[in-house]
Design a protein around this ligand. Sequence first.
Ligand code: MIC
Ligand code: SF4
Length: 697
Amino acid sequence: MALTLAEKIIQQHLVKEACSETDFTEGLPIKPGSHIAIKIDQTLTQDATGTMAYLQFEAIGVPRIKTEISVSYIDHNTLQTDFKNMDDHRYLQSVAAKYGLWFSRAGNGICHQVHLEKFGIPGKTLLGSDSHTPTAGGLGMIAIGAGGLDVAVAMAGGAFHLAMPKIIGVHLTGKLKAGVSAKDIILEVLRRETVKGGVGSIYEYFGDGVDSLTLPERSTITNMGAELGATSSIFPSDESTRCYLEAMGRSEIWKPLAADEGAVYHKITEIDLSQLQPLAACPHSPDAVQTIASLAGKPVQQVVIGSCTNSSLDDLAAVASIVRGKHIACGVEAGIAPGSRTTLLMAAKAGILEDLIDAGFRILESACGPCIGQGFAPSSAGISLRTFNRNFPGRSGTADAGVYLVSPETAAAAAVTGCITDPQTFASSIPGASLLYGNAHEKNKTAVKTGETGLHKADFYTLSSEEVKQTALNEKMFIPPLPPEKAAKVEIIRGPNIKECPQAPASAKNLTIPVILKAGDNISTDEILPAGAKMLPLRSNIPEIAKYTLERVDPGFYANAMAAAADGKDGSAVVGGDNYGQGSSREHAALAPMYLGVRVVLVKSFARIHRANLINCGILPLLFKNPEDYERIKQNNVLYIQDIDISLKTGNPFKITCTAPCGTELFTFEALNDFDERTRSILAAGGLSAYTRGGGQ
Ligand code: MIC
Ligand code: SF4
């Protein structure tokens, strides 16, 4: 039977003995929602999630990683205002040396961009402790973001367990007009599907519109598929993929991959690229999408180009082509962070950097930087146009800033005009060719981007294929795995801020717990456990970072949690609306509440990675059986949850009594028990570590 590309790769990686509950026949589609387990070929971690992931990997106790390739990147915590971040980097470097990983040093670039350039392989699986791991889906991989413990288990050779996603087809036709770009495609998908529309799904792109998209453009789309809440996104591996890999000096790993003719998708959404307009995601959600035309004229104080979404050489070339010979408007500050050192070097060789500097751009390092609130925070109530993927409240570092997520072309247009401007005005300045694909004119990409509007006159920059390849093959900022005999002698370096990962409490039979927070819809992990310059150095120290848990939603959260967890008490509960825990994969957003005694998070719906992290931490992530019950619960009500052990054994719904703080019974209700058998066992064991220690697979 015809299968989608995602289904084919998943089926090739199924670990059948670990999918005991799943009923499937080889070659036939697996029912969405079935519990499956897949073999992971590659893993990646970054430094903000990596320390916890490797502390947990060390605790598992295998002498060397069992994946084909695992890479530890330093890209998030590069603002070193004291010893903490660099201590983490040294710990991560020593762990990589000891256990057989590649290490990508600070300055080498953002994990997702570097992984595309150097390690991604069509048809393989990748698990990363970062929610934008699906960026590699642009190369035809099944790439999934997860919590650090899941990545640690995969490095130790364990399968990755998930519910079989629905495969949603995105049928692309036509070609983009000059001034409209890949970012506008994914913003259009977000506009249609919303930030929770993709939960439990993989978005698979196909159709002749795909042919016209370069690999970096595809990866912009798969990257921001994370904002749909999707498990992953994937493109076929075709001629464009081959050209990219050839440019990177890795053509030998290319193979063609596509869905079978007649493959059936759960649903298909149609996008005619020629009809798209430049778009922006308005404050404070990636799905608050409006046309640039409707926002035109709005004054802008800041423009930033970069992040794992839009920081490729072609993105930089597009920006430089627009600002070339002009200067950024006097009311605007502009910054650019190339996605990788390779990109930065290529931009320097092609003359792009010179034009950007000349136009007044501040050149930021090749790292996450402003995307995670590490510098470049906007002014009070400032309007900042960013080519990034998230604009959750406060993420930029300025609580009342208005962050708009836009394409590099739109950002560049605003940089020179000082207000939101339709980049199609600059159509004749926008390159029609991909610099990355060597001599782009020969590859004839021009027709793709410029359409009728312009010809080669916009292609100011040139770079020979040889220059591209030589730059890409420069491995000086990587440290390759050590051979086992040398690795065994490596001593792990631990700074004083690196504290052990706290363990989950044993599972309870009954719980009597106050609701210490009642939150609304779409609470992001940036709100649960903020990032930013102040908080990130505490990522290796849960007791310290836990003090800031949910402070953006309720500054009294920490004190209330501590009071509810005092001697003899059962801990606390958090109640939330839809899509609770969207955004980042940071397991700290589960570890910190666990450390503070949160035992239950009861919501209308969850984001996938956060729910998995709560399960791993032994926190019961419950769903209202009847979503109207959400309205009836008030903050400070007390929940009595009885016979949890029986529900976890039988799969029966959880029975909950809600009482007033004085003890008066208010009403009873049920929470769903939608967990598969393995998950129920993990919860009964008190989290994944305890389950694994007890012999669970
Ligand atoms: C993010 O974009 O929010 C991050 C920072 O990359 C996170 C990871 C983290 O919190 O360390 C993510 O996307 O998973
Ligand atoms: Fe880094 Fe931002 Fe990408 Fe997260 S989204 S990996 S913080 S660049």
